[in-house]
Design a binder for this molecule. Structure first.
Ligand code: PGA
Length: 262
């Protein structure tokens, strides 16, 4: 990450954890530490459940906490008869500026197809919001050796609904499914390989300015080493984002690395 033009980004995906009271406590705790010792080079974003967003956006704004706020999912549609869904305009109105699109848990457990990922990404980018597109192979494809072609196809499909200019605004998170929530992250070599594969695929697809994140069992212990990998611009963090201390330690690892302190 050292000497890179791109500012690192660390996103905390809370998944289905923390109710709005717990969310308030966590964001206030993040705010206290960040006001006292701010991160200089790294953008931090929290991604709470939908029902916490209003509370989180309010406290971030009123206490001027240098944190972005994101949503874990959004509808591909603008409004109408879509029971259980939330639209980009509803999110924007709250002050949410980031959206995760196509997280593997949505793809696997909620039947989010490649087509829906493509449409959702186009909706998010079209609304002027920052999209984080998740891609990654499962254990079987990793073992079978088709992981590169699989991830390449996911990228090509998802970006097919966007112009070249719009493509470059998308952040891509490479998250191998076998590393998510398992406590075993991909190795430095594997992350390095897939980081440069994603970068060259994005170049071929005309998305030259995208940030590339790694996700899958990132912790305060391994973040420092992974952050030094030149092909990674930050992290998408699940479990370790639920505590202020570990989330901020991961942010600080990126900050130190970017500043050349590692
Ligand atoms: P994890 O989750 O850090 O708990 O492995 C990562 C993710 O799903 O984004």
């Amino acid at each position: 990450m050292t000497n890179r033009a791109t500012r690192p980004l660390v996103m905390g995906n809370w998944k289905m954890n923390l109710d709005f009271v717990e969310a308030l406590h966590l964001v206030q705790e993040l705010g206290v530490v960040m006001h006292h010792s701010p991160l200089e080079h790294t953008d931090l974003v929290v991604v709470p459940p939908f029902v916490d967003l209003r509370t989180v956006c309010s406290v971030v704004e009123s206490e001027q906490i240098p944190l972005g706020v994101g949503a874990q999912h959004v509808s591909q549609f603008e409004s109408g008869a879509h029971t259980g869904e939330v639209s980009v305009s509803m999110l924007r109105r709250l002050g949410v500026s980031w959206v995760i699109v196509g997280h593997s848990e949505r793809r696997t457990h909620y039947a989010m197809s490649d087509e829906v990922v493509t449409a959702t990404l186009a909706t998010v980018v079209g609304a002027g919001m920052n999209a984080v597109l998740c891609v990654g192979e499962d254990e079987e494809r990793r073992q079978g050796g088709e992981y590169r072609s699989f991830v390449g196809a996911q990228l090509a499909s998802a970006l097919s609904g966007l112009s070249d200019v719009a493509r470059s605004t998308v952040t891509v998170a490479y998250e191998p499914l076998w590393a998510i929530g398992t406590g075993v992250s991909a190795s430095v070599e594997q992350i390095e390989e897939m980081g440069s594969f994603v970068r060259s695929t994005l170049d071929d697809l005309g998305a030259t300015g995208s940030r590339i994140l790694y996700g899958g069992s990132v912790t305060e212990e391994n973040a420092g080493v992974i952050a030094t990998i030149g092909t990674v611009d930050g992290f998408l963090v699940g479990g370790a984002s639920l505590r202020a201390s570990s989330f901020l330690a991961i942010g600080r690892a990126c900050d130190d690395c970017y500043a050349g302190k590692r």
